[in-house]
Design a protein around this ligand. Structure first.
Ligand code: SAM
Length: 203
Protein backbone atom coordinates (compact mmCIF):
# COMPACT_ATOMS: atom_id res chain seq x y z
CA UNK A 1 0.00 0.00 0.00
CA UNK A 2 1.33 3.44 -0.93
CA UNK A 3 1.12 6.15 1.71
CA UNK A 4 2.22 9.76 1.69
CA UNK A 5 3.09 11.98 4.64
CA UNK A 6 2.50 15.73 4.68
CA UNK A 7 2.27 18.21 7.56
CA UNK A 8 1.80 15.48 10.21
CA UNK A 9 -0.88 13.65 8.20
CA UNK A 10 -0.42 10.14 6.81
CA UNK A 11 -2.62 9.38 3.79
CA UNK A 12 -3.13 5.99 2.16
CA UNK A 13 -3.71 6.05 -1.61
CA UNK A 14 -5.99 3.63 -3.50
CA UNK A 15 -6.84 2.37 -7.00
CA UNK A 16 -9.41 4.44 -8.95
CA UNK A 17 -8.91 7.41 -6.60
CA UNK A 18 -7.23 10.73 -7.49
CA UNK A 19 -3.62 10.77 -6.26
CA UNK A 20 -2.89 14.05 -4.43
CA UNK A 21 -1.04 16.40 -6.77
CA UNK A 22 0.08 20.07 -6.87
CA UNK A 23 -3.56 21.22 -6.68
CA UNK A 24 -4.21 19.14 -3.56
CA UNK A 25 -1.10 20.50 -1.81
CA UNK A 26 -1.93 24.11 -2.69
CA UNK A 27 -5.48 23.75 -1.36
CA UNK A 28 -4.37 21.87 1.77
CA UNK A 29 -1.91 24.63 2.67
CA UNK A 30 -4.54 27.33 2.10
CA UNK A 31 -7.09 25.36 4.13
CA UNK A 32 -4.73 24.98 7.10
CA UNK A 33 -3.99 28.70 6.82
CA UNK A 34 -7.67 29.58 7.06
CA UNK A 35 -8.85 26.91 9.53
CA UNK A 36 -9.05 27.71 13.23
CA UNK A 37 -9.68 25.41 16.16
CA UNK A 38 -13.40 24.83 16.70
CA UNK A 39 -14.43 25.58 13.11
CA UNK A 40 -17.00 23.48 11.27
CA UNK A 41 -15.32 22.44 8.01
CA UNK A 42 -16.82 20.84 4.90
CA UNK A 43 -14.78 19.44 2.03
CA UNK A 44 -16.58 18.62 -1.21
CA UNK A 45 -14.98 15.88 -3.33
CA UNK A 46 -12.43 14.68 -0.79
CA UNK A 47 -10.77 11.96 -2.93
CA UNK A 48 -8.24 10.15 -0.72
CA UNK A 49 -9.13 12.61 2.05
CA UNK A 50 -5.75 14.33 1.65
CA UNK A 51 -6.87 17.95 2.17
CA UNK A 52 -9.19 17.06 5.05
CA UNK A 53 -6.56 14.86 6.70
CA UNK A 54 -3.99 17.67 6.57
CA UNK A 55 -6.50 20.10 8.10
CA UNK A 56 -7.46 17.57 10.81
CA UNK A 57 -3.81 16.89 11.63
CA UNK A 58 -3.11 20.58 12.17
CA UNK A 59 -6.33 22.08 13.59
CA UNK A 60 -8.97 20.87 16.06
CA UNK A 61 -11.93 21.20 13.69
CA UNK A 62 -15.25 19.40 13.22
CA UNK A 63 -14.88 18.17 9.68
CA UNK A 64 -17.05 16.23 7.26
CA UNK A 65 -16.55 15.60 3.57
CA UNK A 66 -18.54 14.43 0.59
CA UNK A 67 -17.41 12.28 -2.31
CA UNK A 68 -19.23 10.74 -5.27
CA UNK A 69 -16.68 8.01 -6.10
CA UNK A 70 -17.31 5.01 -3.78
CA UNK A 71 -13.65 3.93 -3.91
CA UNK A 72 -12.57 7.42 -2.89
CA UNK A 73 -15.17 7.58 -0.09
CA UNK A 74 -13.84 4.26 1.28
CA UNK A 75 -10.24 5.45 0.95
CA UNK A 76 -10.94 8.74 2.74
CA UNK A 77 -12.71 6.86 5.55
CA UNK A 78 -9.65 4.64 5.92
CA UNK A 79 -7.69 7.88 6.32
CA UNK A 80 -9.87 8.96 9.24
CA UNK A 81 -12.26 11.30 7.44
CA UNK A 82 -16.03 11.32 8.08
CA UNK A 83 -17.38 11.00 4.56
CA UNK A 84 -20.89 11.13 3.14
CA UNK A 85 -21.00 9.40 -0.22
CA UNK A 86 -23.16 11.75 -2.20
CA UNK A 87 -23.35 14.08 -5.18
CA UNK A 88 -21.86 17.44 -4.12
CA UNK A 89 -24.08 18.78 -1.23
CA UNK A 90 -27.00 16.40 -1.75
CA UNK A 91 -26.39 14.32 1.40
CA UNK A 92 -25.84 17.30 3.71
CA UNK A 93 -28.82 18.44 5.77
CA UNK A 94 -30.05 21.81 4.51
CA UNK A 95 -29.83 23.37 7.97
CA UNK A 96 -26.13 22.57 8.46
CA UNK A 97 -23.70 25.46 8.23
CA UNK A 98 -19.93 25.52 7.94
CA UNK A 99 -17.28 28.10 8.75
CA UNK A 100 -14.94 26.81 6.03
CA UNK A 101 -15.90 25.00 2.81
CA UNK A 102 -13.17 23.72 0.49
CA UNK A 103 -13.33 22.14 -2.96
CA UNK A 104 -10.70 20.96 -5.42
CA UNK A 105 -13.14 20.24 -8.26
CA UNK A 106 -12.81 18.40 -11.53
CA UNK A 107 -11.70 21.49 -13.46
CA UNK A 108 -10.24 20.31 -16.77
CA UNK A 109 -12.08 21.15 -19.98
CA UNK A 110 -12.98 17.66 -21.22
CA UNK A 111 -14.47 16.49 -24.50
CA UNK A 112 -16.28 13.15 -24.95
CA UNK A 113 -13.12 11.41 -26.23
CA UNK A 114 -10.98 12.76 -23.36
CA UNK A 115 -13.06 11.06 -20.66
CA UNK A 116 -11.29 8.56 -18.39
CA UNK A 117 -12.98 5.16 -17.88
CA UNK A 118 -14.73 4.43 -14.58
CA UNK A 119 -15.18 6.47 -11.41
CA UNK A 120 -11.84 8.24 -11.80
CA UNK A 121 -13.40 10.37 -14.53
CA UNK A 122 -15.16 12.36 -11.78
CA UNK A 123 -11.76 13.59 -10.62
CA UNK A 124 -10.92 15.29 -13.91
CA UNK A 125 -13.97 15.90 -16.07
CA UNK A 126 -15.04 19.52 -15.79
CA UNK A 127 -17.28 19.32 -18.84
CA UNK A 128 -16.59 21.07 -22.10
CA UNK A 129 -15.44 24.37 -20.50
CA UNK A 130 -14.06 22.87 -17.26
CA UNK A 131 -16.69 24.65 -15.17
CA UNK A 132 -19.65 22.23 -14.96
CA UNK A 133 -19.09 21.20 -11.31
CA UNK A 134 -18.00 24.71 -10.37
CA UNK A 135 -21.28 26.18 -11.68
CA UNK A 136 -23.28 23.78 -9.51
CA UNK A 137 -21.01 24.36 -6.51
CA UNK A 138 -21.28 28.17 -6.85
CA UNK A 139 -25.07 27.99 -6.98
CA UNK A 140 -25.38 25.81 -3.85
CA UNK A 141 -22.48 26.76 -1.59
CA UNK A 142 -23.90 29.91 0.03
CA UNK A 143 -26.74 27.86 1.50
CA UNK A 144 -24.23 25.95 3.65
CA UNK A 145 -21.95 28.85 4.58
CA UNK A 146 -22.15 30.19 8.13
CA UNK A 147 -22.24 33.98 8.56
CA UNK A 148 -18.65 35.20 8.22
CA UNK A 149 -17.63 31.86 6.68
CA UNK A 150 -15.00 31.26 4.00
CA UNK A 151 -14.96 29.22 0.79
CA UNK A 152 -11.69 28.04 -0.76
CA UNK A 153 -11.99 26.84 -4.36
CA UNK A 154 -9.07 25.47 -6.38
CA UNK A 155 -9.09 26.51 -10.04
CA UNK A 156 -6.70 26.24 -12.99
CA UNK A 157 -5.92 28.84 -15.64
CA UNK A 158 -7.29 26.19 -18.03
CA UNK A 159 -10.67 26.54 -16.31
CA UNK A 160 -10.83 30.33 -16.59
CA UNK A 161 -9.99 32.03 -13.30
CA UNK A 162 -11.77 35.27 -14.24
CA UNK A 163 -14.91 33.43 -15.36
CA UNK A 164 -15.06 31.40 -12.13
CA UNK A 165 -14.54 34.51 -9.96
CA UNK A 166 -17.29 36.37 -11.85
CA UNK A 167 -19.65 33.43 -11.45
CA UNK A 168 -19.15 33.47 -7.68
CA UNK A 169 -19.55 37.24 -7.54
CA UNK A 170 -22.84 36.87 -9.40
CA UNK A 171 -24.07 34.94 -6.34
CA UNK A 172 -23.11 37.85 -4.08
CA UNK A 173 -19.76 36.44 -2.95
CA UNK A 174 -16.61 38.52 -2.69
CA UNK A 175 -13.59 36.81 -4.24
CA UNK A 176 -9.82 37.09 -3.94
CA UNK A 177 -6.91 34.88 -5.04
CA UNK A 178 -5.03 33.79 -1.91
CA UNK A 179 -2.54 31.21 -3.28
CA UNK A 180 -1.09 30.26 -6.64
CA UNK A 181 1.52 28.04 -8.23
CA UNK A 182 2.74 27.74 -11.81
CA UNK A 183 2.91 24.18 -13.14
CA UNK A 184 4.19 23.13 -16.55
CA UNK A 185 1.13 23.99 -18.64
CA UNK A 186 -1.17 25.82 -16.24
CA UNK A 187 -1.38 28.10 -13.24
CA UNK A 188 -3.27 26.79 -10.23
CA UNK A 189 -4.91 29.25 -7.86
CA UNK A 190 -7.03 29.14 -4.73
CA UNK A 191 -9.98 31.52 -4.90
CA UNK A 192 -11.19 32.65 -1.49
CA UNK A 193 -14.85 33.66 -1.45
CA UNK A 194 -16.61 35.23 1.49
CA UNK A 195 -20.24 35.81 2.39
CA UNK A 196 -22.89 37.92 0.85
CA UNK A 197 -21.80 41.41 0.01
CA UNK A 198 -24.01 44.46 -0.28
CA UNK A 199 -24.97 45.60 -3.79
CA UNK A 200 -22.18 47.74 -5.22
CA UNK A 201 -19.60 45.95 -3.07
CA UNK A 202 -19.11 42.88 -5.26
CA UNK A 203 -15.82 43.62 -7.03
C1 SAM B 1 -9.48 16.89 -8.47
S1 SAM B 1 -10.10 15.60 -7.43
C2 SAM B 1 -9.59 16.22 -5.83
C3 SAM B 1 -9.51 15.16 -4.76
C4 SAM B 1 -8.98 15.67 -3.41
N1 SAM B 1 -9.86 16.65 -2.82
C5 SAM B 1 -7.60 16.25 -3.57
O1 SAM B 1 -7.48 17.49 -3.54
O2 SAM B 1 -6.64 15.49 -3.73
C6 SAM B 1 -11.88 15.92 -7.43
C7 SAM B 1 -12.67 15.01 -6.50
O3 SAM B 1 -14.04 15.41 -6.51
C8 SAM B 1 -14.86 14.27 -6.61
N2 SAM B 1 -16.14 14.68 -7.23
C9 SAM B 1 -16.35 15.05 -8.52
N3 SAM B 1 -17.64 15.38 -8.71
C10 SAM B 1 -18.25 15.23 -7.51
C11 SAM B 1 -19.59 15.40 -7.07
N4 SAM B 1 -20.55 15.80 -7.92
N5 SAM B 1 -19.88 15.16 -5.78
C12 SAM B 1 -18.91 14.74 -4.91
N6 SAM B 1 -17.62 14.54 -5.27
C13 SAM B 1 -17.29 14.78 -6.56
C14 SAM B 1 -14.06 13.31 -7.48
O4 SAM B 1 -14.50 11.97 -7.38
C15 SAM B 1 -12.65 13.55 -6.95
O5 SAM B 1 -12.38 12.71 -5.85
Amino acid sequence: MVTINYRSAEIKLAESVYDPAEDSYLLADAAVGHAEDGMRVLEIGTGTGFVSAVVQANRKVKLIATEINPYAAACARSNGIEVIRTDMFAGIRKDRQFDLIVFNPPYLPTSEDEKVPGWLNYAFDGGIDGRTSIRYFSEEVSGYLAPGGTILLLVSSLTGIKEVSERMQAYGLKTKIVASVKCSFEELVVIKATGHSCPGEQK
